[in-house]
Every structure is written in C-alpha cells, then in structure tokens.
Design a protein around this ligand. Structure first.
Ligand SMILES: NC(=O)C1=CN([C@@H]2O[C@H](COP(=O)(O)OP(=O)(O)OC[C@H]3O[C@@H](n4cnc5c(N)ncnc54)[C@H](OP(=O)(O)O)[C@@H]3O)[C@@H](O)[C@H]2O)C=CC1
Ligand SMILES: O=C(O)[C@@H]1CCC=N1
Length: 265
C-alpha cells in the first residue's frame, strides 16, 4: 500500500511498538519498513520479524523516504549527526520528547521536512494515541500517509507544537500511570482475598471498558462516576477513600511534573 518506505532509527520500546503494531495491520507490511539500531539485540529482533536492517543511519536514510527518529532525547543529536548529508528532501518524523522541530532543523541544517509525533506504547496492540504536529512543510501525500500510518495503530490528533509537552505528560507517559493504577487496584483486591491473576484481569478490563464507554458514547467522566455511585452504596465509600488520599490532586500534579520535565529536556 505504501509508495514510500519508512526507516526507523532506534528499535527500542517505542520504535518497535510502532513498527510491530503497523506490520500487524492490513494496511502495512514489513517491506514498508527498515531499521537501524546501534545495538545488536534490537537489530536481531527486527531481523527475526523479517524486517530489513541497514548497516548505518546514513545508509538507512539513503534507502528510505521517511525517517522515524526513535532514540532517547540524549542520543538524538548524535543520531541526527550521523544522518547529515543524507536527509535532503526527506521527511523526518521525530517522536523524541522535548526536542523542538526548530532545534532539529538547526541540528541537521538540511532541506528536511519535519513532523513531530507524541506516540504511546499501546501502539503495539493498535490502541495507541498519537499527537501529530507538523511544521506545515509536508505535502498532502505525506500528511495522508502519516495519518494512515498512525491511525492504523490507534487514534490521531493534530495539535500545535506548543501543546506537545502536555501531550507527552498525558498520553506519552499515560500507559505508565494507568499501569500503576491497575496494579494498585489489583493490590487492593489481593489484600481483600482475590487471587492475583484474577485481580489483574478484573482491574485491566474495568479500565478498558470504562475508557471504551467514554470514547464511544462520549459520556462525561463525572456522569459515568455518578451512574456507578448509588446513594449510600459501596462505590461512594471508595470515592471518599480516594479523595481522602488526594487522588485527583495527585494525578493533576503528575501531569504537571511530566509536562514541565518535557519542557526542560
Ligand atoms: N517509551 C515510551 O513509552 C515513549 C517514548 N517516546 C520517545 O521515544 C523515544 C525512544 O524512546 P524508547 O523507545 O523508550 O527508547 P529506547 O532506549 O527503548 O530505544 C532507543 C533505541 O535506539 C538506540 N540508539 C541510541 N542511539 C542510536 C543511534 N545513534 N542510532 C541508532 N540507534 C540508536 C538505543 O540504543 P542504546 O540503548 O544503546 O541507547 C535503543 O536501542 C524517546 O525520545 C522518547 O522520548 C515518546 C513517547 C512514549
Ligand atoms: O519517559 C519518557 O521520557 C518518554 C516520553 C513519554 C513517555 N516516555
């Protein structure tokens, strides 16, 4: 389906989640991608899936039309340096937290078109959340292709770049906070006697179902909470216990801390 080939620099947690998610759909196949990672382990994992690998970032850029930069922020400058002279006229998609398009452009000093994306790991199971911010230099075909790629493995939202730090704080890191919530729900239930595996299943499916209800029916989260909380019932006891522990304040502070860190990077 692709007329363009996508090269992935860095086959770690996020790069591999996007790629494995995409090749698991009908829309993309492994031939649409190539990978380069500085480590032999990730390269082998890509090869084991039948994804072709390049022997350097420069070679990867030469072989592909769109380059997905998926290395940690502290490795981004070095990775971009190794692409210099090989990115002319290409699209660079960066998922690197905190690295502004303007800084990327200054680092590579080439006629490259940049798309910043804030993904998250549920891409692996085609339930990712992708915030896309373009510098308006991508053409229509490239925008369509990027929209197709990311919407094949989740939901996309186009936002101005100034909002990408808060997206990083919320959806980028959100799988970690959600997993902690699921773990805490399960721990609570284990303490009350539920077997551990059953507790994880109940907790995870409850989060999944609640999320689906909010997305599909557009019900307000507060209304959903009220639907479950009968007067004098069990749930309102739980709600009160959460509020005593500063639940909502803690979660709001969590997003503030993560957003501020993304701005600092
Ligand atoms: N993980 C997540 O949930 C999310 C991550 N992101 C962003 O995605 C990016 C990648 O994160 P993540 O996947 O977790 O990181 P990982 O460390 O898991 O993966 C990055 C991979 O790239 C390799 N690498 C480092 N330098 C180079 C280089 N010069 N050329 C090729 N490969 C290189 C790393 O090797 P080595 O280990 O030796 O450095 C590693 O194997 C980050 O910038 C992060 O901000 C965004 C949203 C969510
Ligand atoms: O923790 C991090 O830095 C990355 C960015 C968003 C999620 N993980």
């Amino acid at each position: 389906m692709l007329k363009k080939r996508i090269g992935v620099i860095g086959y770690g947690n996020m790069g591999s989640a996007i790629l494995r998610g995409a090749i698991g759909t009908d829309a993309f196949s492994k031939e649409d991608f190539a990978v380069y990672d500085i480590l032999s382990g990730p390269m082998k994992r890509a090869e084991d899936l039948g994804i072709s690998t390049a022997d350097s970032n420069a070679r990867l850029c030469d072989e592909c039309d769109i380059i997905l930069l998926a290395v940690k922020p502290q490795n981004a400058a070095e990775a971009l340096e190794s692409c210099k002279g090989h990115l002319k006229g290409k699209v660079l998609v960066s998922i690197v937290a905190g690295l502004w398009a303007e800084r990327i452009a200054a680092m590579i000093d080439e006629n490259v078109r940049i798309l910043r994306v804030m993904p998250n790991t549920p891409a692996l199971v085609s339930e990712g959340m992708f915030v896309l911010c373009s510098d308006n230099t991508l053409n229509e075909e490239e925008i369509t292709l990027m929209s197709q790629l990311f919407s094949s493995i989740g939901i996309i939202e186009w936002l101005p770049e100034k909002l990408i730090d808060v997206a990083c704080g919320l959806s980028g890191g959100g799988p970690a906070y959600t997993a902690m919530f699921i773990e805490a729900l399960a721990d609570g239930a284990v303490k009350q006697g539920l077997p551990r595996d059953t507790a994880y299943k109940l907790a995870a499916q409850t989060c999944l179902g609640t999320s689906k209800m909010i997305l599909d029916t557009k019900i307000h989260p507060g209304a959903l909470k009220d639907m479950v909380s009968s007067p004098g019932g069990t749930t309102i006891e739980g709600v009160e216990a959460l509020e005593k522990g500063g639940f909502r304040y803690s979660v709001m502070n969590c997003i503030k801390a993560a957003t501020e860190k993304s701005k600092e990077l």
